[in-house]
Structure formats: C-alpha cells, structure tokens
Ligand binder design. Structure first.
Ligand code: NAD
Length: 474
C-alpha cells in the first residue's frame, strides 16, 4: 500500500545501515505508516559529488535524448497513477480525487518539461560588421538543490526535477519529510526510465542542516524552494553568499474580490471549491474574501450553504470531500486564528477541531473580522475563511495590496472594464477573473513582493535553470 522509503544517491537506494529514522504519520489516523531514513553527512557529500560528476556528461546529452528519458518517466508514473495517489493521500491527507488529479498534473508537468528542453533556443544577433557572428547560447546553470513542501508532494517535486533535468542540470532534491512516499515514487519512475546515475538524488533529514550543507557547497549553482516566506528568505540569504541563482515560490494570502455586478451565488460556489481544496493548504488558495456591500448577504448565505455541503473525513473514503490537515502544527495554527483576541467578527460556521483522531478542523467562516486580526494579515493555510464587505473599487484594491504578499488574486465581475482595472491594479503574480484557473502546466507561476522570485511552469520555468552565454565570432 505505502512504498518502502529510502534515499536515492548516485543511482542507489539507501536504507537503514545505522541512519537515524523518523516515522511518517497518516494525518487521518495519527498512526505511523513507515520509517524515513535521514541522510548522513557522508550521504550528502556523496550526493554532491555525484551531481558534480554527472553534470559533465548530462549537459552533453542532447535535449532530444533527455526528453526521451523524461517522457519515459512520465509514462511509468502514469501507469502507477492510482497507487501513487493512494500513497499521497495516506501521507498527506487530501481526498483521493485530489491526489489522482495531482498525480495526473505531475505527469503533465514532466511531459511539458521534456518538450521545453527541446525548445530552449538561443538566438543570433546581427553583428555591427559583416565579418562578425554573434550568438546567444543557452547553457545549464549547473547542479541544483531543491526543497519541496508537504502540501503538493507530487507536483512540486515533479516541476523542480523535470525542469532541471530538461535544462541539463543534475538535481539533489530534499522533499518534505512528512510526505516522502510520493517523491520516492516519482524518483523511482526516473530511475526505471534509464536516467544515468548521479543526475537525480533524493535526500531527507533535518531541513535546516541539509539546506545549509547543500547551498554552502560550491558544487551547487541553483536553489529552488517552495514553502514559507521566512524559510525562503533564509535560503535566499544563504544562496547570496555563493551568488547562486534562486527560484522562490513562497506563501500568499490571496484576495478574492466579488464586485456587485457579479453573480454572488456562482462566485460563492467557485470560491468555496478553491478555499477548501486540500483543506485550505494551498499557496494560491483564495483566502481573504472581499464582497461589495450590496451583495454581501446573498454571497454570505450562498458561501455558508456551499461550505455546509463539504463532507469532512479520511481522504481514502470515497464519500469525503475534504480531508484532515496535513500535520498537527496546522491544527494549532487554526486554533490560534480563531482564538486570536484581535480577531473580531462572528463565527458563522465551524471554528473548532473535530473527530477523536486525525488532524481534522471544521470548515470555518468568519464574518467581518478586523483588518488587524492575524487571520487578515497572515497566510491561514487552512480551512478558515474570512469574509468582509467593501464599498468601492479604490478601497478594496488598497486592502488587497495592503499585505507584503503578492502571489494570486481572484476577481469576480461581469464588467470587462472592472476586470481589466482590477487585474492592472492588484499587486500579484497571478490574477484569475471569474474562475480559479491558474498554475496550469503551460502558464507561469510566480509571486511578487514577499511571495517569491522567479517562475515555474510555462515557457518561463526552464529559464531559471539556464544561463545565456554570449559568443562573438569573427
Ligand atoms: P516551515 O516554514 O518550517 O516549513 C515549510 C517547508 O519548508 C517545509 O516543507 C519544511 O520542510 C521546509 N523547511 C523548513 N525549514 C527549512 C530549511 N531551513 N531549509 C530547507 N527547507 C526548510 O513550516 P510548516 O509548518 O511546514 O509550514 C508553515 C507555513 O509554511 C504554512 O503556514 C504556509 O504559510 C507555508 N507553506 C507554504 C507552502 C507553499 O506552497 N508555498 C507550502 C508549505 C508550507
């Protein structure tokens, strides 16, 4: 049911042999499901040397041949889709339908990267004299170190691994210790697809120790991290010492603005789907709901009615539509948002933990909390939804832009003029109007302000792993 875990270093799976182990916990039952081995210092050294050695050969493999291996890995992963989805649900908690969708998306991402590697073109710049040829040539930046979180254990590693490999960069990935099985399955697919030893390495352990060691090594030339803002800033500082390239996909607190000319019932339906997906543990989840005053009542009623339809339960139960939180830290965080003395407003639904085992928290709606409350200023990353009214365009844009985050934003309106004006004014890496459609494989994902730096996905993603060398020939 759940895969045997291991470290994958220089083409070899490593387990036990005196290494420290930590249990992996099923968040729906709080029961241990496997032992995860921590990499030793010698393991990390070995991974670094493998990445260095394999870079010389991998950068010379043609994009066409790299692409074939990536496509093969995608095919293997696709053939195991349901098993990997079950692994994902057992370790992370999200419902099986979401896990299956995530594995499908991971396959799609790997296939996209396979093709983007083949399309990583250079260019010819006209010389100032007829005897000169000027070339701009893409080159892989070098071995990458990547760190991925527990909320999307399939798509986040798939994106970092496949983009690095497509660009010609070896990669050492430290996936989240709380959700290691899915990444083990992804790495296994690459291994079986014939990836040369050393090009892909998977490690686990104490995050701070591993990131310091890898980022501090002169072998690593590129850092990619998805996770919280404080950790992202810390890793960026470490990277600065070695002038290493970084891609940072950090947190958000995404405003969802519903203007009076939108259909409040339809908007509520769509937004409830986005808010409670993965129990709210999604960096781009709509998480601050601003509704124009004259449709506030209609929106709130519809939002409550739609939220009440959610069926909280173990993600492996077909009837569940929302699973537990991924870890007990999120439960504590939800308690602290609800119990915050500066919170204000009224709890319209939920507000507490539920069940006698598992990390379950009720879908919660808080009406009119104060702008100063923690819920309105900090990323909730959970199933607590604050809903607030607004009077006019300028007021709501200024509220939307008031936080240091700038990842995603959502606008509901039937006016093209309002849609364009809001899209222009909101400080955010991504804006979706009248839907939740963003972070597709073929579109760039990235934040502004504290939400990050650089892009993943789209034609932009591979640029993070390429240098552009200028060559002038006379
Ligand atoms: P956290 O900030 O300690 O960890 C976030 C992730 O970063 C984890 O996967 C962790 O393993 C990793 N990490 C932590 N310290 C690290 C280090 N020094 N080097 C390398 N990796 C490190 O806290 P958490 O409790 O896991 O999550 C808390 C908050 O993180 C959430 O509330 C949310 O805001 C944010 N988060 C964001 C995303 C995202 O998709 N952007 C994903 C997960 C968590």
């Amino acid at each position: 049911m759940y895969p045997e875990l291991g470290l994958y270093i220089d083409g070899v799976w490593l387990r036990g042999e005196g290494r420290v182990a930590e249990p992996v916990i099923n968040p729906a039952t709080e029961q241990p499901i496997a032992d995860l081995w921590h990499a030793t210092d010698a393991d990390l050294e070995r991974a670094l040397l493998a990445a260095k050695r394999s870079f010389a050969a991998w950068r010379k493999v043609s994009p066409y041949d790299r692409s074939r291996i990536l496509r093969k890995a995608a095919e293997i992963l696709r053939s195991r889709r349901d098993d990997v989805a079950l692994t994902l649900t057992l370790e992370q908690g999200k419902i099986l339908a979401e896990s299956r969708g995530e594995v499908d998306a991971a396959v799609d991402i790997i296939e996209w990267a396979a093709d983007e590697g083949r399309r990583a073109y250079g260019r010819v710049v006209a010389g100032r004299t007829s005897d000169i040829r000027q070339l701009v040539v893409p080159e892989p930046v070098g071995p990458a170190a990547a760190f991925t979180p527990w909320n999307f254990p399939a798509t986040t590693p798939a994106r970092k691994i496949s983009t690095a490999l497509a660009a010609g960069c070896p990669i050492i990935i430290k996936a989240a210790e709380e959700t290691p099985g899915t990444c083990v399955e992804i790495v296994r697919a690459f291994d079986e697809a014939g990836l040369p030893a050393g090009v892909l390495n998977l490690v686990f352990g104490k995050p701070a120790y591993i990131s310091e060691k890898l980022i501090g090594s002169p072998i690593i030339r590129k850092i990619s991290f998805t996770g919280s803002v404080p950790v992202g800033k810390h890793l960026t500082r470490l990277a600065a010492d070695g002038m290493k390239r970084v891609t940072m996909e950090l947190g958000g607190h995404s405003p969802a603005i519903v203007f009076a000319d939108a259909d409040p019932v339809q908007a509520a339906k769509v937004l409830v789907g986005g808010k409670y997906r993965n129990a709210g543990q999604v960096c781009i989840a709509p998480s601050r709901f601003y509704v124009e005053k004259n449709i506030e009542d209609a929106f709130v009623s519809a939002f409550i009615a739609e939220t009440k339809k959610l069926k909280l339960g173990d993600g492996t139960e077909p009837s569940s539509t929302m699973g537990p939180m991924a870890n007990s830290r999120r439960l504590d965080a939800m308690d602290s948002f609800v119990g915050d003395p500066t919170r204000g407003g009224d709890i319209l639904l939920g507000g507490a933990r539920t069940g006698n085992r598992g990390y379950f928290f009720e879908p919660t709606i808080i009406h009119r909390p104060s702008d100063e409350s923690r819920l309105m200023r900090e990323e909730p990353f959970g199933p607590v939804a604050p809903v607030c009214p607004f009077d006019d365009f300028d007021e709501v844009i200024s509220k939307a832009n008031a936080l240091p985050y700038g990842l995603a934003a959502y606008v509901f309106t039937s006016s093209t003029k309002t849609a364009l004006a809001a899209s222009d004014e909101i400080e955010s890496g991504m804006v979706a109007v009248n839907s939740l459609s963003m972070t597709l494989t073929e579109t760039p994902m990235g934040g502004v302000k504290d939400s990050g730096q650089g892009y993943e996905g789209g034609i932009e993603g591979i640029e993070g792993y390429l240098n552009r060398k200028f060559i002038s020939l006379m």
